[in-house]
Design a protein around this ligand. Sequence first.
Ligand SMILES: NC(=O)c1ccc[n+]([C@@H]2O[C@H](COP(=O)([O-])OP(=O)(O)OC[C@H]3O[C@@H](n4cnc5c(N)ncnc54)[C@H](OP(=O)(O)O)[C@@H]3O)[C@@H](O)[C@H]2O)c1
Length: 253
Amino acid sequence: MVVTGASSGIGAATVRAFRTEGWEVLGVARREDRLRALAAETGAEVFAADLTKQDDVDALRDHVAATGGIHALVNNAGGARGLESVEESSLEDWAWMYEINVLGTKRVISALLPLLRQGASETGHADILVVTSIAGLTAYPGGGGYNAAKFAEHALTEVLRLELNGEPIRVVEVAPGMVATEEFSLVRFGGDKERRDAVYEDVPEPLSAEDIAETIVHALTLPRHVDLDLIVVKPVAQAAPYRLHKGALTVRG
Ligand SMILES: NC(=O)c1ccc[n+]([C@@H]2O[C@H](COP(=O)([O-])OP(=O)(O)OC[C@H]3O[C@@H](n4cnc5c(N)ncnc54)[C@H](OP(=O)(O)O)[C@@H]3O)[C@@H](O)[C@H]2O)c1
């Protein structure tokens, strides 16, 4: 299987979880040092690629084809930049988010779908799982560019499931709420650690990368005819992107 965004957070946890299950995994991201450390730790194969560059994605496709093909893709690479209003936010941030979350996903799917089809014709089945976000389903103030990108990624995943209907290829979408990964909010706030920490402060048990990895493993190890089309997974403390409880959860009444 191929897991994108494997150098940190949800992707790295997903690689670890599938390796524990005994799957052959190819982890993909830009940072080679982190990928190498993950390979040494888990025995996964790794491939450094910038998924916003067509040449890198072509090289990934060629590498996968030359090393035995694939039966599953976890398309997870992505992220957010900024929390400013639609009016104030920067076009550069919007372009960055559209490039990796939407066009990166489209690029990877276009490149790997023929290989997934080949895998499916050998074994009778293949899987595509896309990690979107609750930001792809519900708008929130300051969400602007991230909402727009994740709504688009959600839409392309729905379109893909319609287009692949009739083929033995399962299309699953996992839409997480707040996951306290090390880097997601750091990237969002341009490396500002204080702003990153404030996001999770006093939130009772935000999700972890491992929670999402476990969800992904569950979805892809169910019997092949069972498609959890859209899995929305949030911490109990989060009722919506804009409705997050801080402080202990207490029983009322
Ligand atoms: N954390 C959350 O609260 C949350 C909630 C809902 C959805 N999500 C989504 O879940 C996914 C993973 O998030 P995370 O929390 O694990 O964040 P993260 O730790 O920042 O991971 C993002 C991953 O994407 C990779 N990536 C970014 N740009 C790339 C590019 N141009 N080419 C290749 N790889 C690239 C990064 O690796 P390199 O920098 O090494 O390339 C990294 O491995 C994202 O799609 C995110 O939008 C996260």
